[in-house]
Design a protein around this ligand. Sequence first.
Ligand code: ZN
Length: 513
Amino acid sequence: MTRSLLFLLVTACAGSPAPSAAPIPASASPHLSSGRWLRILATNDFHGTLEPRRDSRGVLRGGAATLAAEIERARAECPAPACATILLDGGDEFQGTPASNLAFGRPVVTLFNRLGRAAAALGNHEFDWGQDTLRARMREARYPILGANVTDAWGNDIPWIPDDTLVTAGRVRVGIIGIATVATPTTTRPSNVADLRFVDPIPVVNARAKALRARGAQAVVVVAHAGAFCGTQPVATCEGEVIDLARGITGGVDAIVSGHTHSPVATVVNGIPIVQARSHGSALGVLDVPLSGGAPVVALRDVLPGQVAPHPATDSLVRAVSEPLQAVVNRPIATLGEPLADLGLGNFMADAFRAAGTGDIGVMNRGGVRAGLDSGTVTYGELFEVAPFANMLVRLTLTGAGVRAWLETAVGQRSIVARLSGVVVTWDSTRAVGNRVVSVRMSDGRALADDGTYRFVYSDFLHAGGDGLKVTEGILRVEELGIVDIDALTEYILRATTPIRAPRDLRLVLRTP
Ligand SMILES: [Zn+2]
């Protein structure tokens, strides 16, 4: 896709009245019928998913119109004045679908404005299109996007990134503090945040919670673009950045809305309930904070089209945004003979980059494979969701020693995220980092020669330090190829022999004793 197309397809959205309430189900949330409550409704990692999408088991989930209907239902269960509702988001709102990306996230702001969002956390992907674009979205949003732990290189506050907000929900004054993940510099285009620092959130939250209480907050909620993974029942132990944050809180925080890891989280740590509603609007977090004593109640509700009638005004908004793109999005590109996902798709993309840049070696990163592809017809829209970032390809001419040094970095990572093309690397995980590569064979069968020269193709995201995979040694030449990653993928898939299958060859061979 050319960059100019991105600008042509920007879609504006007209305003409409706020949604009306859905009928109240009789038995829902009986605990709300006595005492005073703050009900927090939470989403995270929406990633521009205005329309429903199928999960790995083929179940259709999410979609803004169904999500809006679930939000209305959950609001209706919380009767004023004893119960007040607030709608929050854990960050990564915009990046990921043609409908959102082609307008640089603007349709999501329109949606969130209409849903009555009170605040959102600052996700790493909020920076994907640069600070100017983020600031434009912030100006359009009627809710603040909060990042209290973001500073400049000298530890000063960033004036355009708000730290917290104090809102009134029903009769309750609610303080909200926002946190960005400390991994932001390597999980968005690093140059976009080079002037920013993402500092330890624990002291920031403790200080802000105290200050908000002093300003009259009766409840304090943290929206943190920081995630966790939880084990399975009966003992659901969770670990991750947001759990560490909760453990470090010394008081004054009533709840945390989490994000970033796309995983289900509904737990209580250090007395603080934490929720993460998977991702892509596939679930709604419902977190009830007691204001007159008692225990909090944390739950996730699936957002399943068909289980609740779509919210009409939101449905029209989604149609207005999506319909002009149908011709582009539904264009069939190829036929897959089997599903492509994860490692197979990552290797396939590394092959595509190597082909586009006529390299000896191609590299893709695991985290850049944003979706899988089903077997059968693949459309441009589906390819777009695999590679939505519009990363540009870079070709390096490297010495063989430089390639070897980079491979040591790749196999020295705690978890291997590099996907390779054009090489077979045998490595030994029991050896020290920096000395793990046992042998490297090129696609012509010859061993890597330290004094040879090789052409190495990867994305500008990695070249800028993303995922810790920047090449640092033996660089003889750097060429910006002017090729967008999705164009390389589209070209490659168009030329591939049908039906297309995942590459079967092993590229990283772990030597076992
Ligand atoms: Zn994230």
